[in-house]
Design a protein. Structure first.
Length: 733
């Protein structure tokens, strides 16, 4: 909460500077300005003001190919007569998984950022100092998305009961099919397949304001009293998030055989010809969230005797999160399909040619909304939530130091007590109710032993807690009605408890010189109540255990096809090894002396059972890695740096990892990301005493991010974002 910005009495006017940079990306080819400035004013030796500000503007673009996961389907009304009878029978028995979506996508955004921080520092007297920090930040994004996707049965290329002017068309004919050893349809040719073109506009507005203060009082005898506190508010508003869909029928070929993580669609009709399309539906969403946080803290540090200090303190925090979502789906779908509303998009369609693989017809959304009067249609409130959390904590800690003849031993030992109460609102008109209270004792011990010659051994044993994400705690639900009148529900879980970990870290560090470091560390964590995602399928609304006020449109008997929420899982262990090396490469012949190298490498291992209660009842397990944990990560940089100029090339790698553990219906047993390696370049040069030039090239290789679905590693999403370059000058005065 408390900001640690430059202190004007400590840095003086030497901090004054202004930096102007300009950048671009090979996808957007825009001009992205950045401007930062810092100014310090010190009218007296006891009072100073520091002001820092930053502004930037840029365009971004990602593009790629993705699915909505893969699903085993029986084909519906699809005409399978052209297929081998064995393949047709396998489809009829639900043995073949088809990609859903098969989607070409472009995401573009125009973003602007602005922030300013003001620091006031006052030396009241030689023993008392006061600091006040004020901060304002804002981030605005105008985002557009365009997608070209399959829209048949389950969003596949199979028959989807498409209607034009009230009459069914089709059926879709499946002409060719190739199935791999996993039972996945990796190649197909279809006729009369349903294709959708989606145009989405989304505007988001972020605001944050913060006021914090600190008071330091040096006591006689070497003690210190520190008081701090503050207030912070932030808001995230999504005043516009609207989708407009076009739909069409025609022949298509989709092929995953050459690249399992990037499908290739070949359309047997002109997707760039507006006359082939018709309007289908509109989806609208609005989202508003407000956060408020208050904190206060008091710390006292008092020397006990030589080599021993005692620290004690109290802390209080109150946190509030409230929000609302408005939602209106499937607007106009009935009147477009029946022919009661003109579905000819000629007057508002346009051509999109930003995707590397295909150009297609999209819409000018502002023109469509004006034509159909969309803005005049109210959007009903879908969900409201409010969450309040209050934490009171106290700690006692001893800091010790000893200096034997061979080096130094220093460390800290202590314990913290923390109590948290949570209150949440249930439903659109529900009342606040207490939903959780937890208390924790958190002991810790840290010891560092330093030997003459630059060798340091460190050990730490401690317990900590990790509080659930706000979205996971809030008593709010997202209800989606499916074509078969069942429901898909995702919900918060006010009964989530923080997960606790007991940790042991041991490291060995060696500093042979001022520029060299070699280190190795091992760590172990025992985690109690790790938070993961649970998905249950085919149950009644009553069996979800949700408060009826959360979904008033449903009855106790309403069928829920898929119910998703966060839960506390069973215990899990995490262990790993970290290695690091930093050195100038003067030991290699032929290299100039300023060449240097630094690298770190981490091996980690941790798994947990994500099985749902239904799976556990059947004796099944779903053991995968901890969400967000890569088994291997490394960073490496090679640099040449002098006092006048320098250049550095860096690479960072992480192996594959789980992003969502647990099954999502029958589509997948978990979800994750494949391995990535990013390469960046940075350079600088001083132009005289007051000017500095800099260059940053980000993502030199235009790395592709690949998100997989299920243990068989089917494609979920694959995107690239291009190479970004920034250069500029800094003037210090």
């Amino acid at each position: 909460m408390r900001l640690y910005t430059p202190r004007p009495l400590e840095v003086g006017a030497s901090l004054n500077q202004i930096t102007a940079r300009v950048g671009t990306n090979d996808r957007t080819e825009d001009i992205s300005p950045q401007l930062t400035a810092r100014w310090v004013w010190q009218p007296t030796s006891r009072f100073g003001v520091a002001v820092s500000g930053a502004y930037s503007q840029r365009e971004t673009e990602e593009q790629g190919y993705n699915t909505y996961r893969w699903r085993r389907l029986t084909g519906g009304n699809t005409d399978l007569s052209a297929l081998d009878p064995v393949l047709a029978q396998r489809i009829a028995e639900g043995e073949i998984a088809f990609a859903r979506g098969n989607r070409l996508s472009v995401w573009g955004a125009e973003q602007s950022r602005f922030g300013v921080v003001t620091t006031l520092q006052w030396q009241v007297n030689p023993s008392v100092q006061a600091v006040v920090d004020l901060m304002h930040g804002q981030f605005d994004s105008d985002r557009q998305e365009w997608h070209l996707a399959s829209r048949g049965l389950g969003s596949t290329w199979l028959d989807g009961d498409t209607r034009v002017d009230g009459q069914p068309v089709g059926p879709t004919r499946l002409l060719e099919l190739d199935v791999d050893a996993n039972g996945d349809a990796v190649y197909l040719v279809a006729d009369q397949a349903t294709t959708a073109s989606e145009t989405r506009i989304q505007r988001s507005r972020h605001r944050m304001d913060q006021l914090s203060f600190g008071l330091d009082w040096d006591l006689s005898g070497g003690g210190v009293v520190r008081a701090s506190g503050g207030w912070q508010t932030s808001s995230y508003d999504l005043p516009k998030s609207d989708k407009f869909y076009l739909e069409a029928l025609g022949p298509v070929t989709t092929d995953y055989r050459a690249d399992r993580f990037y499908g290739r669609n070949t359309y047997g009709w002109d997707v760039d010809r507006v006359q082939n399309w018709r309007a289908h539906e509109v989806d609208r969403n609005r989202f508003y969230r407000d956060l408020e946080q208050h904190t206060a803290r008091l710390d006292v540090q008092q020397p006990w005797h030589d080599g021993l200090d005692v620290h004690t303190g109290l802390a209080w925090q109150r946190y509030a999160n409230s929000g609302r979502r408005d939602r209106l789906d499937d607007l106009f779908v009935d009147v477009f399909e029946s022919g009661a509303l003109d579905d000819d998009p000629t007057l508002y369609a346009r051509r999109l040619d930003r995707h590397a693989d295909q150009a297609w017809t999209v819409v000018d959304q502002n023109a469509t909304f004006e034509r159909y009067g969309v803005e005049d249609i109210p959007i009903p409130v879908d969900q409201v939530w409010r969450l309040r959390e209050e934490t009171l904590s106290a700690y006692l800690q001893a800091a010790f130091r000893s200096q034997p003849s061979w080096g130094e031993i220093r460390g800290e030992a202590g314990v913290r007590y923390s109590r948290t109460r949570t209150q949440t609102r249930v439903g659109l008109t529900g009342q606040d109710r207490n939903t959780g209270e937890s208390s924790d004792w958190l002991p810790s011990l840290e010891v560092a032993t330093e030997f003459d010659g630059g060798l340091v051994i460190r050990m730490a044993a401690y317990r900590n807690i990790n509080r659930p994400p706000v979205d996971a705690l809030a008593a709010a639900v997202d209800v989606e009605q499916m074509p078969d009148n069942s429901y898909r529900i995702s919900a918060g879980n006010p009964d989530l408890r923080p997960f606790q970990s007991d940790n042991l870290d041991v490291s060995l560090e060696w500093y042979p010189s001022g520029t060299e470091l070699v280190s190795a560390a091992v760590f172990f964590k025992q985690i109690d109540g790790f938070i993961g995602t649970q998905v249950q399928t085919d149950l009644s609304f009553a069996e979800t255990g949700l408060d009826p006020a959360l979904a008033p449109a449903l009855t106790a008997q309403s069928r829920v096809a898929e119910f998703t929420r966060s839960i506390n899982l069973e215990d899990a262990d995490l262990m790993g090894l970290e290695l690091a090396w930093q050195s100038e490469l003067d030991f290699l012949p032929g290299l100039p002396e300023p060449f240097g190298f630094l690298a770190n490498l981490t091996f980690a291992e941790g798994e947990v059972n994500y099985a749902s209660p239904d799976q556990r009842a059947r004796g099944e397990t779903a053991i995968f890695g901890l969400e967000g944990l890569s088994d291997l990560t490394w960073n490496a940089s090679v640099y040449y740096e002098t006092s006048d100029w320098g250049v550095r090339v860096s690479a960072n790698h992480r192996s594959d990892y789980v992003s969502r553990g647990g099954a999502t219906g029958s589509d997948e047993d978990h979800r994750g990301f494949n391995a990535t390696t990013y390469v960046d370049l940075a350079a600088f040069a001083y132009l005289g005493t007051d000017w500095r030039w800099s260059l940053d090239v980000i993502n030199l290789t235009d790395e592709r991010e690949e998100q997989y679905s299920d243990s068989v590693r089917r494609l979920y999403n694959a995107t690239t974002s291009g190479v970004t370059v920034y250069t500029g000058l800094t003037r210090q005065f």
